[in-house]
Write a protein that binds this ligand. Structure first.
Ligand SMILES: O=C(O)CCC(=O)C(=O)O
Length: 222
């Protein structure tokens, strides 16, 4: 017979051994996804120069970003300066916010021209990211897989279909990647919505830490 305690331990163990994600397959209909893919293909994608472990490289993947005014996001030694929201991007952002209940101020777009373009295993854990807000990934174009991995756990593979929305809740323990799929010949565009601290907020946070301002005197984030 199971005791309540042992069941809750099993539930906890299971939660630790699987990535904390929610996948919604038809967030946008097929027709909407095709229309959006066409619009999004016209975004000013550029091949960034990334730096990992001191080495610079140009990934095959191209990217661009939109966000609130003067917002910058630094990752892989590369700084993305957000373009101002346009009508399409603002509409998509509102749809995602309605579904998730979170407010986003930044979106990173990735353009994978074919299955040769990829993104290595990584965590979106930059200090400039608000970790209490789920990262929301929309996919358009060809279906690609994502792989979640954690040491000692079985990897989880999830197909990201056109029009789908993937929510990553608390990903401190798991990495995610878009592996190469050379047999895939068509393009995919992903949009990852995030909440980024502004540089001013980061300075205030550092001051709080450095001068040990008691919590009651701290400025609230919002
Ligand atoms: O394209 C994707 O689905 C993932 C993108 C990603 O992991 C990232 O931009 O950090």
């Amino acid at each position: 017979m199971f005791h309540y305690k042992s069941i809750s331990q099993v539930v906890k163990l299971f939660a630790m051994s699987s990535p904390n994600i929610t996948y919604i397959s038809n967030f946008y209909s097929q027709e909407e996804s095709i229309e959006m893919f066409t619009k999004l293909s016209k975004c000013p994608f550029k091949q960034p120069i990334n730096k990992v472990w001191g080495k610079s490289y140009r990934p095959l993947r191209k990217s661009c970003s939109y966000g609130d005014m003067d917002l910058e996001y630094e990752y892989s030694g590369h700084c993305e300066l957000a373009l101002p929201w346009n009508r399409t991007m603002f509409k998509i952002k509102s749809d995602v916010e309605k579904k998730t209940g979170f407010e986003y101020n930044f979106v990173l777009l990735n353009f994978y021209e074919s299955g040769h373009a990829k993104i290595g295993a990584h965590k979106d854990d930059e200090p400039s990211l608000d970790q209490t807000v789920d990262i929301a990934t929309l996919s358009f174009g060809v279906c690609r897989d994502t792989i979640f991995s954690k040491k000692g756990c079985k990897s989880v593979r999830q197909a990201l279909e056109a029009g789908s929305l993937l929510l990553m809740h608390d990903q401190k323990e798991w990495t995610h990647a878009i592996p190469p799929q050379p047999c895939v010949k068509e393009a995919r565009i992903s949009l990852t919505f995030r909440r980024v601290w502004s540089s001013l907020q980061q300075i205030l946070d550092e001051m709080e830490r450095d001068y040990s301002i008691p919590p009651c005197k701290r400025l609230r984030r919002e």
